[in-house]
Design a protein around this ligand. Structure first.
Ligand code: TRP
Length: 348
């Protein structure tokens, strides 16, 4: 069996450090591991339209932003095929056939969709396109024969639903589709990075994100203004590190090397945490360290991004090439699917 990756993001905003530790970093490692026969990275514009159908301009503008974020992080178009979802008409056709294999109540039980419906105030009038996006996501994955889907934790219900569709399809029409598995980040702190304000999730609408494209000044301002432990009032008070976003970010980003360089009086993060928990360590010192760590991590990404952003037509050209290539692969899978369903009438 071939090892194939498919994953992607909705182009509804620039990507932030939550995307970076939650999935981008892993994708680059997998890309460079040499263990995969093919890697497809999809900019899910059609999915982004399911909740931005009234704002296609926003989706359009963010296609290049996401492509720049990808390449700035190390996704290399020479090794990974980056493409735009809406160019692949075969995906909608697959979605239509897969719809027969999913019930309304199953879709309504999908926890990620459920949370999003609430968050977007779709409870009173729910667009069908939005409710059914997990089915189209199953099409995205299966069209490329992907067995590996590196994603953040919030995407697990989508992968589970895709697996059910695959089993159901193969059971009815014979072994055709590959059952995918999700690959999550290795460390727990990377699973879901909280916002700079301490809210559970980074989100554009909450204004609590640090973007991969943020300037050095913006990063500093955001880090220095971060929410910490509200009960850690005096420096001498014992502090909580577990729910404290500054420590969660350090968990996700700092290395022992950073301590040697920026805060040599501590050997590592464990020592710093112990001091904070005992009391006697001020938030400012933690934030100054975190600022150094974030600056060091993001500076090379930002520099590459600025360089790539000088030639936007080249970005579109790369996407066009990737999309044509991806379409051929999806078309092949669609023929297999139609053959399995015995609806390939004119090929006999
Ligand atoms: N749902 C993903 C997001 O919100 C984007 C996406 C669409 C995706 N299709 C996919 C991810 C297939 C992995 C596999 O960003």
């Amino acid at each position: 069996m071939k090892n194939i990756i498919l994953t992607g993001d909705r182009p509804s905003g620039k990507l932030h450090i939550g995307h970076y530790v939650g999935s981008l970093k892993r994708r680059v490692e997998l890309q460079n591991s040499g263990k995969f026969d093919k890697i497809y990275i999809m900019i899910a514009d059609a999915q982004a339209l399911t909740d931005n159908f009234n704002n296609p301009e926003k989706v359009r503008a963010n296609i290049t932003e996401v492509a720049l974020d990808y390449m700035a992080c190390g996704i290399d178009p020479a090794k990974s095929t980056i493409f735009v979802q809406s160019h692949i008409a075969e995906l909608t056709e697959l979605t239509f056939y897969y719809m027969n294999l999913v019930t309304l109540s199953r879709l309504q039980r999908n926890p990620t969709v459920k949370a999003e419906i609430k968050q977007k105030n779709f409870e009173m009038s729910l667009p069908m396109g939005f409710l059914t996006y997990p089915v189209s996501q199953a099409a995205d994955i299966t069209a490329f024969g992907a067995n590996t889907v590196p994603v953040g934790e919030d995407q697990l219900p989508m992968i589970e639903q895709a697996r059910e569709i695959v089993r159901s399809f193969n059971g009815l029409y014979g072994e055709t589709l590959i059952e995918p598995k999700a690959v999550l980040p290795e460390s727990k702190s990377c699973l879901r990075l909280p916002g700079t304000d301490g809210m559970a999730k980074m989100s554009k609408s909450l204004g609590n994100c640090i973007y991969l494209s943020d300037s050095a000044d913006e990063i500093k301002r955001k880090v220095m203004g971060m929410y910490t432990d509200p009960n850690h009032i005096k420096v001498t008070d014992p502090g909580d590190t577990e729910h404290n976003p500054t420590f969660i970010y350090l968990d996700a980003f700092s290395t022992d090397e950073h301590f040697k360089k920026y805060l040599p009086e501590y050997a590592n993060l464990a020592e710093l945490k112990a001091h904070y928990e005992r009391g006697g360590l001020g938030d400012m010192k933690v934030k100054r360290l975190l600022n150094e760590v974030m600056q060091e991590t993001l500076a090379p990404i930002r520099a590459r991004r600025e360089e790539l952003a000088k030639d936007i037509p080249a970005v579109w050209e790369m996407l066009k090439k990737g999309s044509f290539e991806a379409r051929e692969v999806a078309a092949e899978m669609l023929s297999k699917v139609k053959k399995a369903m015995k609806i390939d009438y004119f090929n006999e």
